[in-house]
Write a new protein. Structure first.
Length: 167
């Protein structure tokens, strides 16, 4: 039965991260916010300088992880750093967060990320798109939900074991 469950899960294959730094924000701090919640992300993000509606400078910071192992590590790291409430929120909102191509979209608060905490947030966020490879014939949402649930179970079981060791 375990092999059947594994066959129905999806595997993260790449991660795209982007964030806007507005004129009132410190570009370096916004960039650091990415590195704080997603350790191991390439140290050379792409920078695109843009202009807002009122000609105000906006900087778009982007980076991409294309190696499957690294993408899986980012997924685990993000899920691990979420509160149990936000983990449940991802599962509850999975239909709204997964597109027809098998991409999972998450958005994180910049201020909390700068402090090293991953907190789901919809306004002016750090955008994370995780591309999944799903088994042929399996619905993307179903497979990604199973994959996320497996990571959550692993994270929670590891935390439980570690807390027993401390006691």
């Amino acid at each position: 039965m375990a092999s059947t469950r594994l066959a129905e899960t999806a595997v993260a294959s790449s991660v795209d991260i982007s964030v806007f730094a507005h004129a009132t924000e410190d570009e370096g701090r916004v960039e650091q916010a990415i590195f704080n919640i997603i350790p191991g992300v390439g140290a050379n993000p792409k920078i695109q300088r843009l202009r807002g509606h009122y000609k105000d400078p906006i900087v778009m910071i982007m980076t991409r992880i294309t190696k499957r192992k690294a993408a899986q590590e980012v997924l685990h790291s993000l899920i691990k750093s979420l509160s149990s409430q936000d983990r449940q929120r991802v599962l509850d909102e999975i239909e709204d967060r997964v597109d027809d191509a098998g991409n999972l979209y998450l958005r994180f608060d910049k201020q909390n990320a700068f402090r090293g905490r991953a907190v789901l947030h919809e306004v002016d966020p750090i955008h994370v798109k995780i591309k999944f490879r799903t088994p042929h014939g399996i619905d993307h949402v179903t497979a990604i939900r199973a994959s996320i649930a497996a990571v959550i179970n692993e994270v929670e079981n590891t935390s439980e074991i570690q807390s027993r060791r401390v006691d």
